[in-house]
Every structure is written in structure tokens, then in C-alpha cells.
Design a protein around this ligand. Structure first.
Ligand SMILES: [Zn+2]
Length: 120
């Protein structure tokens, strides 16, 4: 292993924690989904990141499966009406999506950094 080898798994886990994939210390985002220009701790530039709509795609993929299983469970095993079912599933999907989105984006940026994609 050479010094410039980047480990994919720790970089992705640091990104999942919304930290710099290089050092794991600096914040990856300045706001909810706004990527910082560079790491405040080690100086790693985040300018090459191109997560684009990937995080939204994976968040939708996961949350639609959760919604599907919730709908099945609630319709088959509970006596809740359609409005209560829609409200509960909608609230879980909304909160879950907002929670997941920055974490998935961080994970994808960590992956891009580790594999030196887009000029990282
Ligand atoms: Zn850093």
C-alpha cells in the first residue's frame, strides 16, 4: 500500500458522518446540503465533488421501500383509516428523507474522494 492509497470504507463512513473524507475532522457541509469549499481542518478541497442527484436517487430508493412496507403493514394489520395511514406514512417518509439526504450525500462524496473521481 502506497501513501497515496485512499481507503474507500473509512472515507465513506466519514462522509456518512458529514465529516471530511480525508481527515474525518472538518465539517463537510456549511449548511444543510451546501458543501464547504474545503476542509477547515486539513485543507482538502471539496470543489471536485459532483454528487448531483445521486443522493436524492438513493434516498428515494430507500424511503419508497420503507413506505411500501409501512403501507402494507398498516393496511393489513391495523384499523387506521386512509387519512391516518397517509399522514403517518407521509410524516415518516418526510422526516426520514430529510435525515438521510445529507448523510447519503456525504457518503457519496467520500466515495468520490476515495476513488479520486472528478479530479479529487
Ligand atoms: Zn479534512
Amino acid at each position: 500500500m502506497t501513501d497515496d492509497t485512499r481507503q474507500r470504507k473509512p472515507a465513506m463512513l466519514r462522509g456518512l458522518r458529514q465529516r471530511c473524507p480525508n481527515c474525518g475532522e472538518g465539517q463537510l457541509f456549511t449548511r444543510y446540503l451546501k458543501v464547504a469549499p474545503a476542509c477547515a481542518s486539513c485543507g482538502q478541497s471539496f470543489a471536485p465533488q459532483k454528487a448531483d442527484d445521486g443522493p436524492a436517487y438513493f434516498t428515494i430508493l430507500v424511503m419508497c421501500h420503507i413506505a411500501g412496507f409501512m403501507l402494507h403493514f398498516m393496511i393489513v394489520y391495523t384499523e387506521l383509516g386512509p387519512w391516518m395511514t397517509a399522514l403517518l406514512v407521509g410524516a415518516v417518509v418526510l422526516a426520514g428523507s430529510l435525515w438521510m439526504l445529507p448523510r447519503i450525500k456525504g457518503l457519496m462524496i467520500g466515495w468520490q474522494w476515495a476513488d479520486r473521481l472528478h479530479g479529487f
